[in-house]
Design a protein around this ligand. Sequence first.
Ligand code: SF4
Length: 116
Amino acid sequence: MLVEWLASGAEAVPQEQATGRGQVCAGCSLNEPGDLSNFFTRAASEAIRKALNTRREWKLETALDKKLGVCGACLCPLKLKVHLPIDRILAKILPESLDYIRANAPGCWLLKETPK
Ligand code: SF4
């Protein structure tokens, strides 16, 4: 899944929440490092690079950014994902990706934030 990006920085979750999410991702075995081109087609990589640039303009950063790659469960660039509201993520994520996270990353913040 490619994360749809925000229309404005105001939609992002609070900085503290994004940092907490980033801390969990940084220690997660599903966090895969590497260049975007390892995971995505050229067109998709370009779209993600553009989203990363607007993220910088909006100053949506965390101290963990250097440790954030791509989530192996949903193919989300984590530098973007940690800023997205949970309802936006849940609207897009595939059920099988959620099942994979439940089985392989039970400490994932996404599961903790998912309404029961
Ligand atoms: S499974 Fe959850 S904690 Fe692990 S990399 Fe993906 S979003 Fe981050």
